[in-house]
Each structure stands twice: as structure tokens, then as C-alpha cells.
Design a protein around this ligand. Structure first.
Ligand SMILES: NC(=O)c1ccc[n+]([C@@H]2O[C@H](COP(=O)([O-])OP(=O)(O)OC[C@H]3O[C@@H](n4cnc5c(N)ncnc54)[C@H](OP(=O)(O)O)[C@@H]3O)[C@@H](O)[C@H]2O)c1
Length: 243
């Protein structure tokens, strides 16, 4: 049984990863900003009694991170897998993908949006990983999987869109590749994963890929990682992505 921590576990890809790790018998620490209202996580907790720990975590808050660490450390002496899944598109949350895209067009760009998305998508995964490093180091060949995006690829960038989001994922790639170089010395394998264009609140209804398929692929590649893959950027199917 592996112990897995997943951020942004209450919906979208994070919820699917939580469901699938639980279904195969692992222990999941499911972190959500508002665990009290995470009804699907509560239902999963009842269906898999004793193997789901639901905890509050806002990845942009140092206090929240410290409290989450205390809660996880009280329940386990190690972590096998950390999945940095939480992420946002900047702009007008909850208003739909079209408005979110509008907020990232030249003429509409705002400093506040940039800071919000960088804090969540780039700095967040780095500080979550830093916070949980003692438990990851206590695991055997622990893995850190950080959700990136093809939109974060400099080489593939060919459209004047998603300014803040793309830059935040490129920044996250650099943070986590740097961390991979350091944490690799402790036997920890860290990768960045493009989960594909998924049908979630973020991806919208036009996306073809169900989050469950992407989650299945991410779990499979995480299980099969080798030390040589530390620091790499790959798709949910394990294919390399151009930086
Ligand atoms: N969907 C796609 O097509 C796609 C493509 C490429 C990459 N990705 C990446 O894949 C990951 C999952 O995407 P998704 O489609 O599942 O997104 P989603 O449906 O919008 O869910 C995002 C999750 O992140 C959480 N979150 C946002 N800000 C947070 C914060 N400050 N602290 C903690 N949790 C926070 C949300 O919590 P609340 O419910 O509290 O808001 C929610 O649980 C993201 O990193 C995303 O950038 C997605």
C-alpha cells in the first residue's frame, strides 16, 4: 500500500487520481481548499474507510501548508507519492472558459492575475514539495509528479494566448527541474506531466479526453519511473514533451 498526497483533490483530475489510487488499495491524503464542501471526497472516504484522509490545503498559504504537514505527519511516517495537481487559469474564476481566455489577451492583462497564477501554479508546487520533503525522504524511492501543460512549452508556443498560464507552467517546470536535481540525491524521482486537454472545469466541455483516462496514464507512468527519468517533462502517456 502506497501513501499518496494529492493537492486540489476535490474536483477534476485531482478527484480522479484520488478515486483511482483508493480503488487499487493505496492510502490517499486528499488536500482541498474547502474540504467541508468536498462531497465527492466525503463519499470516497466512506467507500474506502480508513484509507482516505481529507485535509485543508491552500497551496498559496504558508500557514495552511504547515498545518497540512502536521496533519499528514501525525498519520504517516513517510510519503511515497506527492502529486502537485492544484492549478488555476487566471482571470475570472467560475465565469467559463471563454471569459478566462479573454482575460489572457493582450489589452486585458493584469498584474494581479499574473501574481495569482504564478503563486498557485509555479511557487505553490515548489513550496508544497519543500514542506513535505521530510516525509518524502523517509519514503523508499518516492516520486513527485507536478502537473504542467503543453502550454508551458517554450518550443511549442505558437499562439498569442494564455500569457500568464503558459508562463506559470514554464516557471513551474524550471522550479521543479531544479528541485529534481537536488532531491535526486535522496533517491526521489520528480517529473513534470502534461495531462492532455481534459474535460474538467478548467479544460471545458470541448475537451475530448476524460480526466479518468489521464489519471490512469499518470498513475501508470508514476509506477514505472526510473532514476534516469528524474527531472523530465512528459505527457500522461509517457512521451517526452519539448521544453
Ligand atoms: N484541464 C486541462 O485540460 C488541463 C490541461 C493541461 C494541464 N492541466 C493542469 O492539470 C491540473 C488539474 O487540472 P483540472 O483540469 O483538474 O483543474 P480544475 O478542474 O480547475 O481543478 C483545479 C483544482 O485545483 C484546486 N486549486 C486551485 N487553486 C488552489 C490553491 N490555491 N490551493 C489548493 N488548491 C487549489 C481547485 O480547488 P477549488 O475547488 O477550491 O477551486 C481544484 O481542486 C492543473 O494543474 C492544470 O493546470 C489541465
Amino acid at each position: 500500500m502506497k501513501s499518496v498526497l494529492i493537492t486540489g483533490a476535490n474536483r477534476g483530475l485531482g478527484l480522479e487520481l484520488t478515486r483511482q489510487y483508493l480503488e487499487r488499495g493505496d492510502q490517499v491524503f486528499a488536500a482541498a481548499r474547502q474540504p467541508d464542501t468536498a462531497t465527492e471526497l466525503h463519499a470516497l472516504g466512506q467507500a474506502h474507510e480508513g484509507r482516505l484522509v481529507l485535509l485543508p490545503l491552500d497551496v498559496t498559504s504558508a500557514d495552511s501548508l504547515a498545518a497540512a504537514y502536521q496533519q499528514v505527519a501525525a498519520a504517516t511516517d513517510h510519503l511515497d507519492i506527492l502529486i502537485n495537481n492544484a492549478g488555476i487559469l487566471p482571470g475570472h474564476p467560475g465565469s467559463g472558459i471563454d471569459d478566462v481566455s479573454e482575460a489572457q489577451k493582450l489589452g486585458n492583462l493584469r498584474y494581479e492575475d499574473a501574481m495569482q497564477v504564478f503563486g498557485t501554479n509555479a511557487v505553490g508546487p515548489l513550496l508544497v514539495t519543500q514542506q513535505f520533503m521530510p516525509l518524502l525522504r523517509a519514503g523508499r524511492k518516492s516520486r513527485v509528479v507536478s502537473l504542467s501543460s503543453g502550454l508551458g512549452s517554450l518550443e511549442l508556443k505558437a499562439s498569442g494566448s494564455h500569457y500568464h498560464y503558459s508562463a506559470s507552467k514554464a516557471a513551474m517546470n524550471m522550479y521543479m527541474r531544479t528541485l529534481a536535481a537536488e532531491a535526486g540525491h535522496y533517491g526521489i524521482i520528480s517529473i513534470m506531466v502534461d495531462p492532455g486537454w481534459m474535460r474538467t472545469d478548467m479544460g471545458g466541455t470541448g475537451a475530448a479526453l476524460p480526466a479518468a483516462d489521464s489519471a490512469r496514464g499518470i498513475i501508470r507512468i508514476t509506477d514505472q519511473l526510473h532514476a534516469e527519468e528524474n527531472g523530465s517533462f512528459m505527457t500522461w502517456q509517457g512521451k517526452p514533451v519539448a521544453w
